[in-house]
Design a protein around this ligand. Structure first.
Ligand code: TMP
Length: 212
């Protein structure tokens, strides 16, 4: 693939949307052709699936939940991510396959091997060039207290969230090109770490013709 694929991961409210926007602006300022997108969603069809899967109060069984996330991913990958990478763009995506392993696997309890299989089907084997996983410390996490839970997944209990967080820690260990970032740090310090990692992983080494 001519372009580069960067994924930002982590629990809800870990600051990844802020970092995704900062990174997008940083790369645009350097003249790169960049696509900023998200999962679930990212295309009109996938955004409709997002509404269903996140609607509070809706009865969505674990296997249906898994397959809805994967349906969104299959559409998004085919319609948007792969064409952008083929065109030489840098794609920044908020959440991808690691979210499914952390949430539906570690937290919901669906077999991780099964999830690897459906992830493989939905992505047709596409893997990020770099995955940045933003995690706050347990102390920071609890000091923030309760916040207004807005979507169906955010309304899950403390145990679900602890298992998901632990899942992320395990997944970073077993995923190539994945990095844990301390989300307790301030926004600018984190952005600096992110840009350093991009250099380390040669993301910004794209030749000038691949800049817009
Ligand atoms: P967002 O709030 O970061 O946009 O994500 C929506 C919610 O969906 C968030 O709580 C995480 C959850 N999620 C999963 O459970 N599995 C997945 O595969 C993805 C992509 C998100």
């Amino acid at each position: 693939m001519k372009g580069k694929f960067i994924v930002l991961e982590g629990p809800d409210r870990c600051g990844k949307s802020t970092q995704a926007k900062l990174l997008y602006n940083y790369l645009i300022a350097q003249g790169f052709d960049v696509e900023l997108t998200r999962e679930p969603g990212g295309t009109p069809t996938a955004e409709k699936i997002r509404q269903i899967v996140l609607e509070p109060g809706l009865d969505v069984r674990p296997m249906a939940e898994l397959l809805l996330y994967e349906a969104s991913r299959a559409q998004h990958t085919q319609e948007k991510i792969i064409p952008a990478l083929q065109a030489g763009k840098i794609v920044i995506c908020e959440r991808y396959t690691m979210s499914t392993s952390a949430y539906q696997g570690y937290a919901r309890g669906i077999d991780l091997k099964l999830i690897d299989t459906v992830n493989q089907i939905a992505t047709t084997g596409l893997q990020p060039d770099l995955t940045l996983v933003f995690l706050m410390s347990d102390e920071y996490f609890s000091s923030r207290g309760e916040y207004l839970f807005s979507d169906r997944l955010e309304r899950e209990d403390q145990e679900f969230r602890q298992n998901m967080r632990q899942g992320y820690k395990n997944l970073v260990e077993r995923t190539p090109h994945a990095h844990l970032i301390n989300a307790d740090d301030d926004v600018d310090a984190i952005h600096e770490q992110v840009t350093e990692l991009l250099k380390k992983y040669h993301i910004t080494d794209l030749c000038p013709s691949q800049k817009s």
